[in-house]
Design a protein around this ligand. Structure first.
Ligand code: SF4
Length: 369
């Protein structure tokens, strides 16, 4: 399991190794067809920032080779904001006095129909807080059954589960699972996740092994930028990605590095990442792993998303509402985070086309299951 592997790597040593990278290290990394973790550290290092132009060109080339001129579009559907966890940066934190909503199956159906009216989406991301007795495996299985006739590709972003539960859901039409480790800094992890199952670092970080063992078709991973030193965190994630590729090689992978947005509770990020740094990180990941799907959400602003479309990003959300029931009406339930790109899906698709790219609504068919 990955927890046993990550214990071999010291957070502080990794931070020091990144800080010690030189211009020569970056040039060596840029000259390799298949960079290793040391090369990745050079690419994301402060010194690497001076090489952003050649990194952008290389990232563009690899992205074009592997993905063509395409951007996949997906849309999240929040089904429940009930949560027993207390993540300090999240609007759905158990301690926040907000109206809790868990959609009934009739409401899920209505949401699916409302989403289909927004655009020809086939990639649906089902999102829920962690409240096992309300939105656990049985509930999610029902949601998958209701959503299946409307969408070809169903992904969940919910609580980590046991292997047999992941397997059970794959038998009900589940294709992908997204789970953010948030931070790989085990020492500080509990500071951000003080209560509930999410406070157990080992359970969360080993969840990806359980997905792989269950045969989940696509695994999405990510760190939340704003908690810890981002360069060290993404290096740990790069190690995790390489570990997963080696052990679960039939699975496809996607990565995401959302920058923290304001949420109810007013948590202030302790780390701020500039657009230029996010671009450097995106290029570094593409050069490190030519095949990984790199996803940007509507947390990012439209102009920045447009600039990054040709340079490494391969999928985006569009038209997102981040509260349960948000597509049918404007409910009084609170959003999980603020959306920066509030354009309609068709506006986003038109922009993709205007940039000479193709918006891909569907890249999987139920018949493959
Ligand atoms: S981030 Fe997820 S687990 Fe944490 S409080 Fe928010 S909804 Fe719950």
């Amino acid at each position: 399991m990955f927890y046993d592997e990550i214990k071999q790597y010291s957070w502080d040593d990794t931070t020091r190794a990144i800080a010690s990278k030189t211009a020569r290290d970056v040039e060596i990394a840029l000259g390799k067809e298949h960079p290793d973790i040391d090369d990745f550290m050079a690419l994301v290092s402060p010194v690497g920032a001076a090489y952003i132009e050649p990194m952008a060109q290389l990232s563009h080339r690899y992205t074009l080779e592997r993905f063509g001129k395409t951007i996949s579009l997906y849309i999240p559907m929040y089904v429940s904001n009930a949560c027993t966890n207390q993540c300090v940066y999240c609007g759905f934190n158990h301690n926040n006095p907000l109206k809790r909503v868990t959609l009934t199956m009739e409401q899920v159906k209505a949401e699916c129909e409302a989403i289909r009216r927004l655009g020809p989406f086939e990639n649906l991301l089902i999102v829920s807080g962690e409240f096992p007795s309300l939105n656990g495996v049985n509930y999610l299985e029902e949601v998958l059954h209701v959503a299946r006739p409307y969408f070809n590709n169903l992904t969940i972003e919910v609580m980590p589960m046991k292997t047999q539960d992941y397997y059970r859901l794959t038998q009900s039409g589940l294709n992908g699972v997204v789970c953010f480790q948030e931070t790989y800094n085990e020492t500080n992890y509990k500071k951000y996740h003080p209560r509930g199952m999410k406070s157990i670092y080992e359970w969360r970080v080993n969840g990806f092994d359980r997905m792989g063992m269950a045969g989940v078709h696509k695994i999405g991973m990510g760190v939340l930028i704003g908690l810890e030193d981002w360069r060290t965190d993404v290096t740990m994630m790069a190690r995790h990605l390489r570990y997963l590729r080696k052990n679960y090689w039939k699975t496809r992978y996607s990565i995401n590095f959302p920058r923290m947005c304001p949420a109810e509770g007013g948590y202030q990020p302790s780390v701020v990442m500039s657009d230029r740094e996010l671009a450097q990180l995106t290029f570094a990941f593409r050069i490190f792993d030519h095949d990984v799907d790199i996803s940007y959400s509507t947390r990012e602003k439209p102009a920045f998303r447009a600039n990054m479309m040709k340079l490494g990003v391969t999928s985006m959300s569009a038209g997102s509402r981040t509260e349960p029931g948000g597509y049918v009406s404007t409910p009084d339930a609170l959003e999980q985070f603020e959306v920066s790109d509030s354009r309609t899906p068709l506006q986003v698709a038109n922009e993709i086309r205007d940039l000479g790219y193709e918006a891909v609504w569907k890249d999987w068919d139920k018949i493959f299951d």
